[in-house]
Design a protein around this ligand. Structure first.
Ligand SMILES: N[C@@H](CCC(=O)N[C@@H](CS)C(=O)NCC(=O)O)C(=O)O
Length: 226
């Protein structure tokens, strides 16, 4: 398939999808979107991505990118090092990547917790597994809060301008807050930073409240009943 603009598949309650949409917007790159759910629209998404996940980015020439980090890398290359939302080299780049890795690690664990609750009957939940995931989420948030505290007086997490680190930390923390759900009171510096980012128009424009995915089979059953 070829298209006039890249097509971003995914809903904005997916923080991975939001990250990519916000970067596209900040770079001034027009795109179309298909707000398909990873639950009920799994088959539709799978026609483009063998992983059936969101986000999926279909480029103008039909090439398909199936991982948000790869999409951001592609976009960074497209706009060039002067405009890329990631420091090009050195400690600043490692710092940004470290923060992104922490936020991504936390969200990966949160997604596992949420999917366990959605797809597995409650009597089959492993409390040991759920509690291990939660400890990992809290560990990452603690470290992010420590970094935000150390950056008091700065607008951004790294350097003097917004980077992918600010976008990732804000999008992923908001998702954790809504999907687990989770109180940010124990992480006050992180909460302040996230609230400030989320108040920006570009974050507001690419936001949807968390809506737990309904597995395709349950959705079919609900549709039959309705
Ligand atoms: N590492 C992937 C993670 C994407 C991901 O897990 N997306 C979720 C939606 S928030 C999803 O598609 N979940 C359904 C599934 O994995 O089957 C990325 O960064 O793009």
């Amino acid at each position: 398939m070829t298209a006039a603009r890249p097509i971003l598949i995914g809903m904005y309650d997916s923080s991975y999808t939001r990250r990519v949409a916000i970067a596209l917007s900040l770079y001034g790159l027009p795109f179309e979107r298909r707000a398909w759910s990873v639950g009920k629209d799994f088959d539709r998404i799978s026609q483009y991505s063998p992983l059936g996940r969101a986000p999926t980015l279909v480029l103008e020439d039909g090439e398909v990118l199936t991982e948000s980090a790869m999409m951001l890398d592609y976009l960074d290359q497209l706009v060039g090092p002067q405009r890329a939302l990631l420091p090009a080299t050195g400690l600043a780049r490692r710092d940004a990547l470290r923060l992104i890795a922490l936020a991504t690690g936390a969200i990966d664990k949160a997604v596992l917790i949420v999917l366990e609750r959605i797809f597995r009957p409650v009597e089959m939940h492993s409390e040991a597994w759920l509690s291990r995931c939660r400890i990992q989420v809290d560990g990452a948030l603690h470290e992010l809060d420590r970094h935000c505290t150390a950056r008091a007086g700065h607008d951004w997490l790294v350097g003097d301008a917004m980077t992918h680190a600010d976008i990732a930390v804000a999008c992923f923390t908001t998702h954790l807050r809504e999907s687990l759900p989770l109180e940010l009171a124990p992480y006050p510096a992180l909460r302040t930073h996230v609230d400030r980012c989320e108040a920006l128009p570009v974050f507001r424009q690419h936001y949807a409240p968390f809506d737990a995915p309904v597995p395709a089979s349950d959705h079919d059953a609900q549709a039959t009943v309705a």
